[in-house]
Design a protein around this ligand. Structure first.
Ligand SMILES: [Zn+2]
Length: 320
């Protein structure tokens, strides 16, 4: 998946053998497979710092004339790739993962009008509707305040993005959560880019003195719970905060639908503001999102080939 722009072929969040440039929308591991030593990477400085903190070094490409990076709102440093119409006669925007609401630990999304929209499809189902973000945040804060009277509260979260959002949510009610070293490393980078976080990094075998809130790797949540139970003898409450809470049931005491992606309704909001002539969908649910967008009256299909997109734009423009 990529775009040919002024003699370059830019891969979008994926490895493409024939590309000479590689756009990385953000630092999550499923978006960095295109990074190669012999290719320039287009990314924000924050994304570069976050990826390099995990041991991947790479060269940044100079900005391509006629293109710009727009904030995607998904996590700190996340960007969309925008190609201006002066370059090829039509404008294109590729969203990567994006979120419509401003969060505590990320920049607000920037939306520009474009002829072709290539949009992410994480939540393609119109029946999945996220609650008001402020309500979910209040529910998390309320839960934590109550449960701390009875025991330790452990949240499972990815160490990049969601963990920092949760720390901000806890900081707002005067709680500095305990995090692992990996999250601590990410926190220091967030801090160096102006996101202040109040937290403690867990010692390897420290005996906690009282009840506290902890954030651990979501895959290790049960394991951490059992270890902590054995060490402290206290009651442990487990929680997750993810959009998937609307789709699946987690093996935790409670699950909060706090997403860093757009739901279907927000995808429509994006499209309304972007006003594309044609929409292409990408990601694992590309087919389902295109299907539901067509049902909602939009012209959409899974993105396969830029040449087809150009042809479609020419056809639409000639009819107009
Ligand atoms: Zn992501």
């Amino acid at each position: 998946m990529g775009l040919r722009i002024g003699g370059h072929y830019v891969a979008l969040d994926k490895h493409e053998a024939e590309s000479d440039l590689n756009f990385v929308s953000h630092a999550h591991s499923d978006h960095i497979s295109g990074i190669r030593k012999n290719k320039g990477t287009i990314a924000s400085e924050i994304t570069r710092a976050l990826i390099e903190s995990r041991g991947r070094r790479f060269a940044m490409a100079a900005a391509l004339p006629g293109t710009r990076l727009l904030s995607a709102g998904h996590m700190l440093g996340s960007r969309q790739f925008y190609v201006e119409s002066e370059l090829s006669g039509y404008s294109v925007v590729y969203t990567g993962d994006y979120l419509m609401q401003k969060t505590y630990a990320s920049e607000e999304i920037e939306i520009r009008k474009a002829d072709i929209l290539i949009i992410d499809s994480t939540y393609p189902n119109p029946n999945v509707v996220f609650d008001e973000r402020s309500e979910v945040i209040s529910a998390i804060q309320c839960y934590v305040k109550q449960k701390l009277n009875w025991g330790i509260v452990l949240f499972g979260a990815y160490s990049m993005g969601k963990a920092q959002e949760l720390i901000k949510i806890f900081n707002e009610i005067g709680i500095a959560p305990v995090v692992d070293e990996k999250t601590g490393t990410v926190n220091r980078i967030y801090d160096s880019f102006g996101v202040r976080l109040d937290y403690e990094v867990a010692g390897t075998d420290a005996q906690p003195r009282g009840n506290f809130v902890g954030i651990v790797n979501v895959q290790k949540l049960t394991q951490e719970k059992l270890a902590l139970q054995g060490r402290t003898g206290r009651r442990i409450f487990t929680a997750v905060a993810t959009g998937w809470a609307k789709v699946v049931t987690f093996d935790t005491d409670v699950q909060f639908p706090l997403s860093d992606h757009a739901d279907f309704r927000q995808s429509l909001q994006y499209i309304e503001r972007c006003e594309p002539k044609i929409v292409y969908t990408v990601g694992q649910q590309a087919g389902m999102l295109a299907y539901n967008l067509n049902r909602a009256g939009y012209r959409a299909s899974p993105f396969s080939d830029q040449a087809l997109a150009e042809q479609a734009i020419r056809t639409i423009s000639n009819k107009a």
